[in-house]
Design a protein around this ligand. Sequence first.
Ligand code: ZN
Ligand code: ZN
Length: 588
Amino acid sequence: MDEPNHSKPSPSSSPSSAYQALVRAGPRLKQLQQVHAHLITNGTHLTLSLLTKLAILAYSSNSSITYARKFSLSIKNPDSYLFNSLIRISSKLGLLYDAISLYRRMLFSLIPPSSYTFTSVIKSCADVSAFKLGKIVHSHVVVNGFGLDSFVQASLVAFYAKCGEIVFARKVFDKMTERSVVAWNAMISGYEQNGFSKDAIDLFDLLMASSCVRPDSATFVGVLSACAQLGALELGCWTHDYITDHGFKVNVVLGTALINMYARCGDVRKAREVFDVMREKNVVAWTAMISGYGIHGYGKEALDVYNLMRRYGVSPNEVTFVAVLSACAHSVMVDEGRALFSSMRKNHGVVPGMEHHVCMVDLLGRAGLLNEAYDYIRGLKKPSPAIWTAMLGACKMHKNFDLGVEAAEKLLAMEPENPGHYVMLSNVYALAGNMERVEKVRNVMIKKRLKKHVGYSTIEVDQRTYLFSMGDKSHPETNEIYSYLDELMRKICEVGYVSARESVLHELEEEEQEFALRYHSEKLALAFGLMKAKSESAIRIVKNLRMCEDCHLAIKFISSITNREIIVRDKLRFHHFKDGLCSCADCW
Ligand code: ZN
Ligand code: ZN
């Protein structure tokens, strides 16, 4: 009871107080080293769990990875808890090398890996797309009998999806007997991120139909991104309603996904509504709104949002500048663009990269300042193909033949196998009426066996997305669609439409023209959309390539005779067709 003080153990000599001392030191290397030294001089018994805690904190301190590595190597007789903890922390910190070498040490120490080990190691491989390494780990998974562990399987699905191996991902997913929402999310966003948005949506339908698992906010982010890619506004709206009706919290990630979805599906007003009610906005959310306005050609609004963001004290990053500069380019706001560009490094410490230079060339080019754009390119150390593509587009727009040919030749020298460049070059020749050269380019393409990109358009009807390629005859209602389109074309001819093929000497576009311009994918999608339209609402089409001039012209006429708003998103921007006019003012 009256034990004298001196016989009490000193505070740091018992493992529990030593543990507390470590917790107090936290992930701060200097403090940790002090505690460590103190423990040794006090003769505290350094248990494995104390050493493990110290090693975890040393890794988390992020200040000296060498110390953390050396220290963890010095621990004798490590156990599976130590290995799993350290593998997990290095995987979390993105230290693939450490995760893998710890995993190897674990195997060499004959400590059997567990489900925790595998999920962390596989996540590390996924984060850096280390495909070969991950496949080896997958074989270990099977050998060690974890092939049917649902956590490990979910991490494998995410791993294969992140490596772009979507078929492998699906194989693992299909084998799962118990699928958590994490696995569903990995598969849905895997499809979306690899460009298979239609499959992402089909899988989402399957998830909603299953009674075993409920979606969470990560599911919605995946499906909304898929809707954005496809321009599936109806499904996007339905998802938004579902989120609201079921009381899901719209955090900044989900809010940004909603903004993107609405903007990319053509409803920028709705995007703004979501944006305005978001409580927490980070730079990604602001940038999404700026870029949303930009692709619709609302340069002034994009700039307003940018300025508002600055007033709120949010610092723009390099992606913000790409968004706001390209918004300026699409709206030909030269002075504003120049001012922003010069403020990048000076006021925000953002070094202009190639993408920003592309925006500047695009901006100057669209404004018709072709010589200035050309000088700008000459001032760059190593102009990328995208820079010359922007230049070429501007030359085509302003019908500058000489500079156009030069830009196209530069492009061909850089990427001789890219069919798009040949098409552009031949367009420039065609514009100049030089059909002999057009023929030459075509022959080169045939010789090189270069195939042009396949153009396709998607349209959503009753929450289902339909895909049309040029001259597509796969749709069950093909005959009706074609005759509906023929009738439309006949009607617009009556009111003055003349095929762009006849008005401009256009030999090649991104899509092959022999099969008549009439059956380009966007025209087929439009005919189908008009046929099926129940209400007066706008028709929305998404095209993977740039629209050709003939489709652009025809749709202007169609918007007028049908008295309907038609919104087409092509590779570069939105076209809002109404009353015979387009929002792009024929510059795109
Ligand atoms: Zn076309
Ligand atoms: Zn347009």
